[in-house]
Design a protein around this ligand. Structure first.
Ligand code: ADP
Length: 187
C-alpha cells in the first residue's frame, strides 16, 4: 500500500518520511525535491519551474503531473511509494487518483497536524540549515501555507470522507511522532 503524506509547511513531514523510507523501504517521491532538480537543470523548463518555486506558487499542472506520471511508471508494482507534496489541489487530486488507479496502486493518506503558529516557528530554523530560497523569505513561506490551507486542505477532506486519512499529532519529539505514525498506520 502506498502512502500519501500531508502536512503544513514545517510540520516535520519530510523528516518523518525519511525515517519511514529507511525502515520500510518505500520509494520516495518528493514533489518539491523533484521540481528543485528540474529547476537546477538550467533548461528552459527549469527556468519556468524556478519562477513558481521561488515565489511560493504552485508549478503548473502539466509540469508536475508529468513528473508524477513518469515516476509512477518507473516504480515496480511490488514497490511501495511514499508521496510527499502531491496532490496539492483538486485538479491534481483528480489526475493523481487516475494515475494511481490506472497503475493498480492503492494508498492511505497520513496527515500530520500542527498549528500554523508552531509551523512558522519551525520553518525559521530550517531556512538557515537547508539554504532554500523559498524558506528564507517569510512572505513566500506564508504564501505556501495559505495555499495549503486553501487548496490542499479540501483535498485532505475529500480523502477523509472516503475514509482513507489517518491523522497524527505533529507536536513533540521526532521519535515520539515517528512512534505515533507507526502505531496509526499499524506498521
Ligand atoms: P513545502 O511543502 O514546504 O512548500 P516542497 O519542497 O514540498 O515544500 O515544495 C516546494 C515548492 O515546490 C512549492 O512551493 C511549489 O512551488 C513546488 N511544488 C511542490 N509540490 C508541488 C505540486 N504538487 N504542485 C505544484 N507545485 C509544487
Amino acid at each position: 500500500m502506498d502512502l500519501v503524506f500531508f502536512g503544513i509547511q514545517g510540520s516535520g513531514k519530510g523528516t518523518q518520511a525519511k525515517r519511514l523510507v529507511e525502515e520500510f523501504g518505500y520509494y520516495m517521491f518528493e514533489a518539491g525535491g523533484e521540481l528543485r532538480k528540474i529547476k537546477a537543470s538550467g533548461t528552459e523548463l527549469g527556468n519556468t519551474v524556478a519562477r513558481y518555486i521561488d515565489n511560493g506558487e504552485l508549478v503548473p499542472f502539466d509540469i508536475i503531473m508529468q513528473v508524477v506520471k513518469e515516476a509512477v511508471a518507473a516504480v515496480p508494482a511490488d514497490q511501495q511509494i511514499l508521496f510527499d507534496g502531491i496532490p496539492r489541489d483538486e485538479d491534481q487530486k483528480k489526475a493523481f487518483d487516475e494515475i494511481l488507479s490506472a497503475a493498480g496502486r492503492e494508498f492511505t493518506c497520513l496527515h500530520m497536524l500542527l498549528s500554523k503558529d508552531e509551523a512558522v516557528e519551525r520553518i525559521k530554523g530550517r531556512a538557515e540549515i537547508e539554504g532554500r530560497v523559498d524558506d528564507a523569505d517569510q512572505e513566500k513561506v506564508l504564501r505556501r501555507m495559505e495555499l495549503f490551507e486553501e487548496k490542499t486542505k479540501p483535498v485532505i477532506a475529500e480523502y477523509a470522507a472516503q475514509g482513507i486519512v489517518v491523522e497524527v499529532d505533529g507536536n513533540g519529539s521526532v521519535d515520539e511522532i515517528y512512534e505515533r505514525i507507526k502505531t496509526a498506520l499499524h506498521l
